[in-house]
Design a protein. Structure first.
Lengths: 780, 277
């Protein structure tokens, strides 16, 4: 595919403009209507009774007291739903292992066991507490070590969903907790490693964390004329339509999924969250039902995968990285969710953005009796970056080389074939590295401090592949007055798609992007789109949007040629409308469309599809010549102080860079880089979901902490690197995850620099840092 | 089911309600109560809301100190000029509570009535020798704050009583002070250790209030015998040591918190000492 649209100045609100975020004022003023703002009307409020056991058989459920409570309309169990839907009640994007309410067996503390429908939330919640369940405990699988020992199994049989053909061979497999295993083999990592001059090897741990979007998950469902309607907080309306249609046995035309602007998500509102349950309840009870998760419930809906990485990296006498290995263990919890995809996509880059001739990677998605882990900004990559960016730092230090310079000479460059078999294009790792180190003054002398306060600098680089293959569609209506309406199923959750997609249309058609509106995703109206996730929308949906705008431009020019008798090749479209370059005459879109239809307010409609393809992994090596449509490249540099007495880390200076190909809206790109850096800083320093025997013990905002304004670095610099992608819309790629990926290792490397200790478990809590300093005998 | 909310408009009515209702609980700013309700660990039969009773939110001069009504917000203790001038240590400490949103809502009375061991203000109130005024249908009594905190989330408030004032004496002219709060998670979190220190003008006595370091706030008085700051620190640490009995949780092990307590104590003493120069 070639770039067909020249970059024009347009109306000043097109590509490259810093136009204000759409809906910003409404958000600040609380005027934007979110899903939970829909009036409840006569809907039944749903509350859920949850499992108190990590792993147990359900012997009996007594719902009589709950059902008798005044104001309760119905109490529904997993058995009730199974009686109606059979095995279709189990859903999930990779494995059909997830029931809306537990059927026969519970697999984590907090799993929904029964649902109450009542006249108000308080009654529903009170009744939910009056449900009594008799359990027979089964041996729990608390962590990946338990799981791999294979004494107990979270699921009796693996049940891959029909969606992914490549998982079919796993169907029916039993006596395993490994849902999926990906292996990459290049050269002979063991032999090359043993002959190497220098090897760094460690065991790393990144704990599960939670997304904590401001807006809580909410779903409203009802049946209208034999169709199921859902109004819900989801990043994946097209997926939800399919999932619910499959469960209810309905044609896609009979399931409608609508979305309002999301108040943040970060991967938490994807695939099967509240939707299957609410759909099943609405369908079986013939009622409008609604549920707004409480903050505490949201913590149990999904998490980021905790991951153990046992890894090593080796260099020859000249310092070239010659071998790397990683054994990656993703804890996916009770349900696979999209864990198998995370396992492969993140596993395949588990040794980092480096030239490595000998690589061995094993990446496994492992069931445990914990809340299900799913997608989270970064899609499993921050966990492996934690490993490779710590190892490469140790190699540099062992050789006495500057960690930035050492990375620089080993980084993958444009045109290199990476160890996973795919060529690197539009991923300027070196540019990102250089930009962040320069921003914090890496080469300037550092006052290292003495006594209590020690100072250090650290850097880290990240690589991530975009989800491939995927499908994007766009429908554009050009209104007679020259405004336009764009129909896409990308969900704006704060990333700014409603702002930048109109900029792309505006650039092509010479319109003012302020006059172009994006229709909120509605599966009855907006066309199929795989998902809004994995930083894929700017590139994929952006290409569909550019394509549809270009078709519209041709349509308008055809129409102008026909109506004005001009030669088609003399016509061009710009911000002044259609120009006949031969005669100098101009025709406005408004008059052309008006005259064409003989009607004011008429619309022209076009559609466009953009689909990417990949080549599946080679069965023997796990490599592929096209594993991804494009790459993300990012880097972070940090200057920190460590308090020798308390172990507390303070970030003085932090720079974050991402190669975005081309910034459609530089302000939004900077905000994404900044936002993900702050989120990543939380994961680096104190964010962690703590479990005790399968139970989350800090699942409230009192105990689960997020960075506040007081935790920000003294200085935070987002840097936009533009290495245009040949097939990106105007060269653009996404940026939602780039900044979060290298944060934690950059901070850990700075600690290493400041006080000489290498910490391999996240978060870098003060107690952990202090312990490491005490053990290493760092002087007070 | 949530307990009924009563909204009396006079102190007399409040006392009547507290005397007659079953399991009543005074409702001030609500910042602690709402959390406890959400966690399902609050057991009260009735809430008696003070927000409609006039005259309970005053911050007034009293002698050379302050008399503070229970409904004064934590934020006003931080920002009011009178508090900053008369009891700078109190103003500083109240300014460390949670975040501005909470400080604007939380009340001074509710804060100590909660009796939580991690709260910031009690550390300052202990060293300043504040008194708590308690009122009920039986009348009014005044209690030293040093006798107010009895056990883990238990205070000396008797059934039927509410806090009607906190009296905070100004420290002797020339006294110096400091408040040190060390958190292990976010900067706005509860402390994992906190210490308020007050040094008299002659540097004869060091008063220390400890937060988050035992199941209840603790008070320590350290006589000084004329040495320098290093000796003061040494004496302080020796006096603090037996009081350190922290509760381990996700914010740190008991050992770690004990260590933080020593750091906070030393920092507070040194800052109070430097303040004097």
């Amino acid at each position: 595919m070639t770039q067909t649209t020249p970059i024009a100045t347009g109306s000043g609100t097109g590509v490259g403009s810093r136009r204000t975020r759409v809906g910003a004022e409404g958000k600040v003023r609380g005027q934007l209507r979110h899903v939970a703002d829909r009036p409840a009307g006569g809907a039944a409020h749903v509350a859920v009774h949850r499992s108190t056991r990590p792993h147990a058989r359900i012997l009996a459920i007594d719902v009589s007291q709950a059902a008798e409570l005044e104001g309760v309309d119905a109490v529904v169990t997993g058995a009730d739903l199974h009686a109606v839907f059979g095995e279709r009640v189990f859903t999930g994007p990779a494995f059909s292992d997830q029931p809306p309410l537990a059927v026969d067996r519970v697999r984590y503390v907090g799993e929904p066991v029964a649902a109450v429908l009542a006249r108000d939330v308080a009654t529903a919640r009170e009744a939910a507490e009056l449900v009594y369940v008799e359990y027979e405990d089964l041996e729990p699988v608390y962590d990946v070590e338990d799981a791999l020992e294979g004494r107990a199994f979270v699921h009796d049989h693996l049940k891959p969903s029909v969606v992914f053909g490549d998982l079919r061979h796993l169907s029916g497999k039993s006596e395993t907790n490994i849902a999926y295993e990906y292996n990459l083999r290049l050269g002979d990592a063991a032999a090359a490693g043993s002959e190497a001059a220098e090897t760094a090897a460690h065991e790393f741990w990144a704990p599960p964390v939670h997304h904590v979007p401001i807006e809580l998950p909410a779903t409203v469902a009802w049946v209208e004329a034999g169709r199921l309607e859902l109004f819900t907080t989801t990043q994946t309306p097209s997926y939800v339509r399919q999932s619910v249609a499959d469960m209810l046995g309905l044609p896609l035309s009979h399931v409608r999924v609508r979305v309002a602007p999301l108040g943040g998500s970060f991967g938490s509102k994807m695939y099967d969250r509240l939707e299957p349950l609410l759909a099943a309840l609405a369908w079986t009870q013939k009622r409008e039902v609604r549920m707004v998760a409480s903050r505490e419930e949201a913590f149990m809906l999904t998490t980021r995968h905790g991951a153990e990485v046992i890894s090593s990296m080796s260099a020859d006498a000249e310092g070239n990285i010659v071998a790397a290995s990683a054994d990656v263990r993703y804890d996916t919890g009770a349900f696979a969710d999209v864990g198998p995809r995370i396992t492969a996509k993140s596993g395949m880059i588990a040794v980092g953005p480096y030239r490595v001739p000998n690589v061995s990677i094993t990446s496994r998605c492992i069931y445990t009796n914990k809340p299900s882990a799913g997608p989270f900004r970064g899609f499993g990559v921050p966990q492996v970056t934690w490993s490779h960016e710590s190892l490469v730092d140790e190699l540099a230090r062992a050789r006495g080389e500057d960690p930035a310079a050492y990375r620089r000479r080993n980084l993958l460059r444009e045109g290199d074939e990476g160890y996973m078999g795919t060529v690197i294009h539009s991923a300027d790792f070196v540019g990102c590295l250089d930009a962040v180190t320069e921003a914090i003054g890496w080469d300037t002398p550092l006052d290292r401090g003495e006594g209590r306060w020690r100072r250090g600098r650290g850097v880290a680089v990240g690589i991530k592949a975009v989800l491939t293959p995927t499908v994007a569609n766009a429908v554009l209506q050009l209104n007679q007055d020259g405004s336009a309406t764009l129909m896409i199923s990308t969900v704006d959750m704060g990333q700014g798609s409603d702002t930048i997609m109109p900029q792309i249309v505006a650039e092509v058609l010479g319109l003012d992007s302020e006059q172009i509106r994006v229709v909120a995703a509605d599966t009855d109206v907006t066309p199929y789109d795989t998902i809004t996730a994995g930083s894929r929308s700017t590139y994929h949906t952006g290409n569909a949007v550019r394509g549809v705008a270009e078709r519209m431009r041709e349509r308008v020019l055809d129409l102008a040629a026909a109506r004005t008798g001009s030669a088609r090749e003399d016509l061009k479209l710009d911000s002044g409308g259609v120009l006949n370059t031969a005669t100098g005459k101009r025709y406005s879109i408004a008059e052309l469309v008006h005259e064409h239809f003989g009607a004011r307010g008429a619309t022209l409609t076009e559609e466009y599809n953009f689909t990417t393809s990949w080549q599946p992994y080679d069965k023997a090596t796990g490599r592929s010549p096209k594993v991804t449509e494009h790459w993300f490249a990012g880097a972070v540099a940090a200057q920190i102080t460590v308090d020798r007495k308390t172990g507390r880390v303070h970030v003085e200076d932090l720079a974050v860079a991402g190669d975005v190909g081309r910034a459609i809206n530089p302000t939004l790109v900077e905000q994404q880089l900044t936002g993900s850096a702050i989120m990543g800083l939380g994961h680096a320093l104190f964010d962690e979901l703590v479990f005790d025997q399968g139970q989350v013990i800090n699942g409230t905002l009192l105990d689960y902490q997020l960075p506040s304004v007081k935790d920000l670095p003294d200085r935070l610099t987002p840097i936009v690197i533009e290495s245009p992608h040949a097939t990106g819309p105007f060269g653009a790629k996404g940026v939602g995850e780039t900044g979060i990926i290298p944060i934690a290792p950059a901070v850990a490397n700075a600690i290493r620099d400041a006080v000489g200790v290498r910490i391999t478990r996240l978060p870098l809590s003060p107690e952990r840092v202090l312990q490491a300093m005490n053990q290493a005998g760092v002087e007070e | 089911v949530r307990p009924p909310l009563h909204q009396p408009t006079s102190l007399g009515e409040v006392c009547e309600l507290l005397d007659t209702l079953e399991d009543p609980m005074v409702y001030g700013g609500g910042t602690a109560i709402q959390i406890l309700i959400k966690q399902g660990v609050l057991f009260a039969g009735n809430f008696v809301d003070l927000s409609r009773v006039p005259g309970l939110d005053g911050i007034e001069e009293s002698g050379d100190g302050l008399r503070v009504g229970p409904m004064a917000t934590v934020r006003r203790m931080e920002t009011t000029e009178l508090v900053r001038r008369r009891t700078p240590l109190a103003a500083e400490t109240y300014g460390h509570v949670a975040n501005p949103r909470v400080r604007n809502t939380a009340s001074v009375g509710g804060n100590i009535a909660h009796g939580d061991y991690r709260l910031d203000p009690p550390t300052a109130l202990l060293v300043l020798d504040a008194r708590v005024e308690l009122t009920s249908v039986r009348g009014t009594r005044s209690l030293p704050i040093r006798e107010f905190f009895v056990d883990f989330q238990v205070t000396a408030v008797e059934p039927g009583e509410l806090i009607t004032a906190i009296e905070i004496p100004a420290a002797a002219a020339g006294s110096t002070s400091a408040y040190v709060k060390l958190s292990s998670l976010g900067a706005n979190d509860w402390p994992a250790a906190s210490v308020a220190a007050l040094l008299d003008p002659e540097r004869r006595t060091l008063r220390l209030g400890l937060g988050a370091l035992a199941p209840m706030p603790r008070y320590v008085e350290v006589p000084l015998d004329g040495g320098g700051v290093d000796e003061a620190v040494k004496s302080a640490l020796a006096a603090v040591e037996p009081e350190l009995d922290p509760i381990p949780d996700i914010r740190g092990s008991a050992d770690y918190k004990r260590g933080l307590g020593r750091v906070a104590a030393e920092d507070a003493v040194r800052r109070a000492w430097e303040d004097a120069r």
